[in-house]
Design a protein around this ligand. Structure first.
Ligand code: PRX
Length: 668
């Protein structure tokens, strides 16, 4: 692949109505590109990276190195060394310089459907520069962490890009997390500056975000991390400035501070391996992990995955329903589509508000070409009936994408047939916060035979392997197999470490199976080489596409004075995929009642956030444990789902009577 060819392809404008040659025109093209990507990753990614602006070019050879074997020393991955770049420059300046300054960059709609805003590429660049200048005026410099706790307003991607422009490391915290969870993240990343809003409307409910930030700042100060500056956007529909709690020594209004800043700001040229952002995610132990991404590798990996997996080209209108508080919002709402010069549609409210037609009206209104969502939302839209999508013209759609949790066959067919008119590929990609971009995926081409519910085939640079969980040995070649999903080799957008804890990065991801990246998921490979994700094999559950560590919910429950012990598991749920089910042992049994349930649920809401509240609390005067004191979750899963006839081997139970007692207490 020649450089000019790459650039020519990248500048080919897309349009919402014309069809065009797919980048992966045939199975042979995919096979040969995939082969090259794994045999010569340095050469392969080096060529693709030339489609981006580098202030200093990295050398064609010698820019990449890696070690993924804990036995050989420090885990380390490097791409594009010697190159300097800036992701915000590549997302914005590049397109403005190419004469696309008046093209829409963001098309935003609020909770109220009549509240609409268009931000052009030029306006976005100016907004970002003003914000960068403000951050600099507050003493923020390259490498400093900045916490962003904003709802889905156009200012949220602007804030991310403003940090990226000056090399500050953003940590976007989903604006559904509680004050305690926010404080924990502020302390961990040592962030002094927080960007937030007065509040947000979620359906008919106003959530006072600034008050949550104030509480978090108090807790963070106690935890040793004072917050010195808070920039607050007034969202009058949720909470007016006059009613917003305020600390004049620390807080400034966005509307006062930002418009007076100069609209230009030179980008800081960053080393490819500098940190670009942190994103906290859950693992199988209590404390959330600050996943660290790189500047150059993340940019190239995410940008190229947008082009090859979702066929994004300049001018395409992309509607991603994810929140920027999660990785999908980072990679496929903010950074990726802008790296490709697309127009991004943002919905600032609940996607089913005011009714089940909202998303489809937006598809029609903006002539959306790529619609990226998660199975949970699809399942709830599907439940609202076919009449809603039928009312809108969905003919602009070309690619339907999804990620984050398994898609059941019924939802897949509805998506493909009802929404995509059977003409749009369903690209249901498997990936993770840590992988940065899509990893195992159906390909967006007519020749690709996608299977409903399967994750598909590996993206460039990805070498999935199925390991035997008992022996840790690779199950051979391309033959059908089922076991633990691991990845061999490295890819540019993979995370580089966990913030402040490289040892945990090595222990969690590289120590379990030497030489491999351990995904935490199980998978099956079929006779055509397609991968099917079978779910987490660790203590992580996936509720509505949100990753929650069972240990996080357990430690929140046991923080409560009345809770002696808790064991949390995931159970199947028709809409959410999985629901949280908690077995709780109280100190004393006289208050095993609904009032106590509510107290514990409120406690979890306060310490983590509403999405982590257990659906069920099952009283457990004792928990089933092995003689060595390990809770037998397998047994709990069977009891919770009423499958007590299939308990399996319980000979290691310390007290066999516990099981009988728990079965009796189900539903009580
Ligand atoms: O269990 C897998 C599931 O979501 C986990 C990653 O969650 P998170 O880091 O929040 O990243 C979400 C961005 C995609 C995975 O370990 N998962 C992700 N995609 C799929 C999936 N399960 C089934 N099918 C998928 N397409």
């Amino acid at each position: 692949m020649q450089r000019l060819e790459i650039l020519a392809r990248q500048l080919t404008a897309g349009s919402a109505t014309n069809d065009r040659t797919p980048l992966l025109a045939s199975r042979d093209v995919y096979d040969s590109m995939h082969r090259k990507s794994v045999e010569d990753p340095e050469g392969f990614w080096g060529e693709l990276a030339l489609g981006y602006h580098w202030q200093n070019k990295f050398p064609a050879r010698g820019h990449m190195s890696y070690n993924t074997d804990v036995g050989r020393g420090k885990i380390d991955v490097q791409f594009f060394c010697g190159g300097t770049t800036n992701i915000a420059y590549n997302c914005l300046d590049r397109w403005v310089a190419a004469g696309r300054g008046d093209d829409p960059c963001v098309l935003w709609e609020g909770n109220d459907e009549n509240e609409r805003r268009t931000v052009t590429y030029r306006q976005m660049l100016e907004d970002v520069c003003r914000l960068s200048n403000w951050l600099t005026s507050r003493g923020v410099k390259k490498g400093d962490s900045v916490t962003i706790y904003l709802p889905m307003v156009a200012e949220l991607p602007a804030a991310m890009l403003a940090c990226a422009r000056i090399g500050a490391v953003h940590s976007v915290v989903f604006a559904g997390f509680s004050a305690e969870a926010l404080a924990q993240r502020i302390v961990d990343c040592q962030g002094k500056v927080v960007l937030t809003a007065s509040g947000v409307m979620r359906g008919a409910k106003a959530v006072p975000l600034k008050a949550i930030v104030d509480d978090a700042a108090k807790l963070a100060a106690k935890g040793g991390q004072p917050v010195t500056s808070v920039l607050c956007l007034e969202v009058p529909s949720a909470l007016r400035a006059a009613n917003t709690p305020w600390d004049a020594s620390r807080d400034v209004w966005w509307g006062d501070a930002i418009p007076i800043q100069p609209p230009t700001c030179p980008p800081v040229w960053l080393e490819a391996e500098d940190r670009s952002f942190l994103l906290y995610t859950s693992g199988s132990t209590g404390k959330p992990k600050g996943v660290v991404h790189s500047v150059g590798g993340y940019m190239v990996g995410v940008g190229e995955s947008c082009r090859y997996l979702y066929d994004m080209r300049p001018g395409d209108v992309v509607f991603t329903t994810a929140d920027c508080g999660w990785i999908t919002g980072h990679s496929y709402l903010a950074y990726g589509p802008l790296l490709c010069g697309c127009t991004v549609v943002i919905l600032g409210g609940i996607p089913t508000h005011p009714d089940g037609g909202r998303c489809w009206r937006m598809v029609e209104r903006y002539k959306v070409r790529q619609f990226y969502t998660a199975p949970t939302l699809l399942r709830s839209l599907l439940q609202l009936g076919d009449a809603w999508p039928r009312q809108s013209d969905l003919s602009s759609l070309r690619i339907l994408a999804s990620a984050g949790e398994p898609m059941n066959e019924h939802a897949w067919h509805w998506f493909h047939e009802m929404i995509g008119g059977s003409r749009c590929p369903v690209v249901d990609t498997w990936w993770q916060t840590e992988t940065g971009n899509g990893m195992i995926t159906p390909l967006p081409a007519t020749w690709f035979q996608a299977k409903a519910g399967a994750a598909g085939v590996p993206f460039f640079g990805v070498l999935p392997v199925i390991l035997d969980p008992a022996t840790g040995k690779e199950l051979p070649g391309n033959a059908p197999a089922e076991g633990v999903l691991a990845l061999r080799g490295v890819w540019p957008a993979m995370a580089r470490t966990l913030y402040g804890d490289h040892e945990r990065w090595e222990q969690v991801y590289f120590a379990p199976y030497k030489g491999y990246y351990f995904t935490g998921d199980g998978a099956r490979r079929d006779e055509d080489g397609h991968y099917w994700i079978t779910g987490r094999v660790d203590d992580v559950i996936n509720v509505s596409g949100h990753r929650i560590g069972t240990a996080e919910v357990e430690s929140s429950l046991t923080e409560h004075a009345d809770c002696a012990e808790a064991a949390v598991i995931g159970v199947d749920h028709a809409l959410k995929g999985q629901a949280i089910y908690a077995f709780v042992t109280l100190r004393g049994v006289d208050h095993q009642n609904d009032a106590m349930r509510k107290t514990l649920m409120d406690h979890v809401r306060k310490s983590i956030g509403p999405f982590a509240v257990p659906d069920t609390i099952h009283w457990a005067p004792a928990l089933p444990k092995t003689r060595s004191g390990k809770i037998m979750r397998r047994v709990l899963r069977k009891i919770a789902s009423g499958q007590e006839k299939e308990l399996g081997d319980v000979s290691t139970l310390a007290e066999p009577g516990v099981v009988e007692m728990l079965i009796k207490l189900r539903g009580k």
